[in-house]
Design a protein around this ligand. Structure first.
Ligand code: IVH
Length: 409
């Protein structure tokens, strides 16, 4: 049974990973993805005989696309372990302190963009490579050269590899979608997808028109160049002319880090770029080296993921849509409201049972959020805010399109 579940989870995770990395169209939230991954990690620990080097637990992520030259990273591009609450962060802090004693953390924004590696030599940008699967990425130099904030030449003449995140500022994203709307083209779901879609264009004139930017946060082999702390690496990058996110803080305790995270949770909507969490990094590079990494993630850093943004709005009506296969889906017609960067006026209610279970009624105030930060859904009704016009929804028995009797499966 559990072996079956392991196989099932591996299939699910492969599909979700493909949706995320290759199609730029995730169908579930990061939290859901992480839950599947956690379940699989636990089961694989319980059943070591099911070990498979091809399991999603052993891979960092995406896959290399056709069309760009493939480049092997000199050093694998790792991902980050996740935390969802203070307890997770305390557990991380305890592991770190048990290993290396007292530490301070740099807490910085988790930019919702596309991981990128830049390689300089003799003062010139030689190559820009995407993360790909962490081991092999794509040479997207021509597209990256269209990003104005990335210097083509720097005063440091030695070999230098730095890594960071290419992103689309919220304003550029709004502008791009407005143009696409005017032209009747499909809009991008969020700035991350728009940035990824721009970087993977083979024609770099398209990337050039997309107004991308980037933040840099990893100095590969920094100690070889005399760096001793992460903070010092960031200062060095800024000196060399790279954009480093100024919104960061050195914290001496995990409580200080948590206080800063709370501050940023309030502030995130006012930033010019999307962030999906905060990253804690041990500041001392020597301690980072002593802590090391697992196959996928460093032990000296962790990502705190923000919960999906939830907003309240009024549900004016429930409308039925009929899918290609004849499947009936109820949809909430909402008072338009902004959620996670875009205006939302409709949200799925999934099915009749969901409406009943959540006791969602017409004219109720409801909480909505975007699943996978893309598909708006009704989370729950707010019965305490119900007014006299609230009325239970009666599910149709006849198909609103063809008039035939509806059948439940
Ligand atoms: S550090 C070994 N710092 O989040 C350290 N990553 O979920 C690896 N990301 O692959 C990354 N903002 O693409 C780091 N301030 C930040 C980040 C950041 C965004 C991305 C990065 C990474 C992913 C992990």
């Amino acid at each position: 049974m559990s072996i079956e579940r392991i196989n099932e989870l591996r299939d699910i995770l492969r599909r979700l990973s493909r949706e995320y990395y290759e199609l730029d169209a995730p169908s579930v939230s990061d939290q859901e993805y992480d839950r599947y991954m956690q379940e699989l990690i636990e089961l694989e620990n319980q059943y070591p005989e099911a070990y498979d080097p091809e399991s999603p637990t052993q891979k960092v992520g995406g896959k290399v696309l056709e069309g760009f030259n493939k480049v092997a990273h000199k050093e694998v591009m790792l991902s980050l372990g996740n935390a969802y609450n203070f307890e997770d962060l305390q557990a991380f802090d305890e592991r770190v302190r048990n290993e290396v004693g007292n530490v301070e953390y740099v807490v910085e924004c988790k930019i919702d963009g596309l991981a990128m590696s830049l390689i300089y030599d003799e003062g010139k940008l030689q190559m820009a490579v995407t993360r790909g699967d962490g081991t092999v990425g794509e040479d997207v130099t021509n597209n990256v050269l269209t990003i104005r904030s990335i210097p083509r030449t720097i005063e440091f003449k030695g070999p230098l590899e730095l890594r960071g995140e290419v992103y689309m500022p919220k304003a550029s994203f709004e502008h791009l979608n407005a143009i696409r709307r005017e032209r009747g083209e499909d809009e991008f779901a969020n700035p991350r997808n728009a940035a990824a879609g721009s970087i993977r264009q083979l024609d770099s004139r398209i990337a050039a028109s997309r107004k991308l930017d980037a933040f840099w946060y990893t100095y590969v082999n920094a100690e070889n160049d005399g760096m001793t702390t992460h903070e010092q690496c960031l200062e060095r990058f800024a000196q060399l002319g790279f954009h480093c996110n100024e919104e960061r803080r050195v914290c001496k305790t995990i409580q200080d880090a948590w206080d800063y995270i709370q501050e940023m949770t309030e502030k995130r909507n006012d930033l010019a770029f999307d962030i999906d969490g905060m990253v804690l990094k041990v500041n001392s590079l020597a301690d980072q080296r002593r802590l090391g990494a697992t196959i996928k993630t460093p032990k000296w850093a962790i990502a705190y993921k923000f919960p999906a943004e939830e907003v309240i709005t009024k549900l004016h009506d429930i409308m039925i849509t009929v899918g290609r296969t004849g499947k009936i889906t109820p949809n909430a017609v909402l008072e338009p409201v902004r959620v996670a960067g875009t205006s939302v006026s409709a949200a799925t209610l999934h099915n009749e049972d969901m409406i009943k279970a959540k006791d969602v009624r017409v004219n109720d105030f409801v909480v909505i959020r975007k699943a996978g930060d893309i598909i708006p859904e009704v989370v729950r009704a707010l019965p305490e805010r119900r007014e006299t016009d609230s009325k239970p929804y009666v599910f149709p028995t006849i198909c609103p399109i063809c008039g035939s009797k509806l059948v439940r499966f």
